[in-house]
Design a protein around this ligand. Structure first.
Ligand SMILES: [Zn+2]
Length: 210
C-alpha cells in the first residue's frame, strides 16, 4: 500500500529585501504594503483549516537601523569591481521604512495564543477559540489537561463541527485512547471533515492491539 504524501508549506517573508537588487522596487510597493494584511489572512486561514506552516522572515525586517550603521560587522567589499551592494540596501536609500522594517509581522506570528486567551476572557464559551487553543496546546505539548478539556468543550458546544471533532480525536489518538479516537474521527468524517487517513491508522492500531 502506498504511503500518503506530505505537503510542506513554508513561507518566506521579505518585503523590499527580496528583490531590491534584481528588480525595480516601484512595481512591487503595493504588494509590500499589503504583506501585513496577507500574513494576517493566511494565519486566519491556516488556523481555520488546521494547517501547519513554517514561516521565515528576513532578519532585517525586525531591525530599525535608521540613525546608525546598518551592518557594522560586515565591511563593504574592498574590490572596486564589486558593486557597492550595501549602499543600495533598502534601509540605506531613504526608502519608506514600511517597505523594509516590519516587526509587527513577527508579533502576528507569535501572538495567536495570547489573542485566543483574550477572547476566552470575554467569552469562555467560544467554541472556535476553545478548539483552536486546545489544539495549539496539544501541538506545543503544553497544558495537556486543558488541551483535552478545551477540545471536549468545543465539541459539546458545537457538536456538528467536523474540525472540532477531528482535533478532539487527534488528542485521544496522541494519548492512545484509540476507541475514543476512532469514534470521534468517524463522527468528524460523517460531518464532512476528511479524517480518512486517521481512521485507517487508528483502525490498524486497534487491530494490532488485539
Ligand atoms: Zn540596515
Amino acid at each position: 500500500m502506498s504511503e500518503p504524501g506530505v505537503f510542506t508549506l513554508s513561507l518566506d517573508v521579505e518585503l523590499a529585501w527580496g528583490m531590491f537588487d534584481v528588480d525595480g522596487l516601484d512595481r512591487h510597493t503595493d504588494s509590500y504594503r499589503a504583506t501585513g494584511d496577507v500574513v494576517d489572512r493566511l494565519c486566519t486561514l491556516f488556523d481555520r483549516y488546521d494547517v501547519p506552516a513554517t514561516w521565515a522572515l528576513v532578519a532585517h525586517l525586525l531591525r530599525d537601523c535608521r540613525g546608525g550603521p546598518c551592518c557594522p560587522d560586515r565591511p563593504a567589499p574592498a574590490y572596486d569591481w564589486i558593486n557597492d551592494w550595501f549602499g543600495s540596501l533598502p534601509c540605506q536609500t531613504g526608502l519608506d521604512p514600511a517597505l523594509w522594517y516590519a516587526p509587527g509581522l513577527l508579533d502576528r506570528l507569535t501572538d495567536a495564543v495570547n489573542a485566543y486567551k483574550n477572547v476566552l476572557k470575554i467569552n469562555s464559551e467560544d467554541a472556535e477559540v476553545l478548539s483552536a487553543l486546545g489544539f495549539i496546546y496539544e501541538i506545543q505539548e503544553q497544558n495537556a489537561d486543558i488541551a483535552l478539556m478545551f477540545c471536549q468543550r468545543a465539541s459539546q458546544i458545537d457538536p456538528d463541527n467536523g474540525l472540532f471533532r477531528h482535533r478532539l480525536a487527534r488528542i485521544y489518538y496522541n494519548r492512545r485512547h484509540l476507541p475514543e479516537a476512532l469514534d470521534e474521527f468517524q463522527k468528524a468524517h460523517d460531518l464532512g471533515y476528511d479524517s480518512s487517513h486517521y481512521i485507517q491508522q487508528t483502525t490498524k492500531y486497534l487491530q494490532d492491539d488485539q
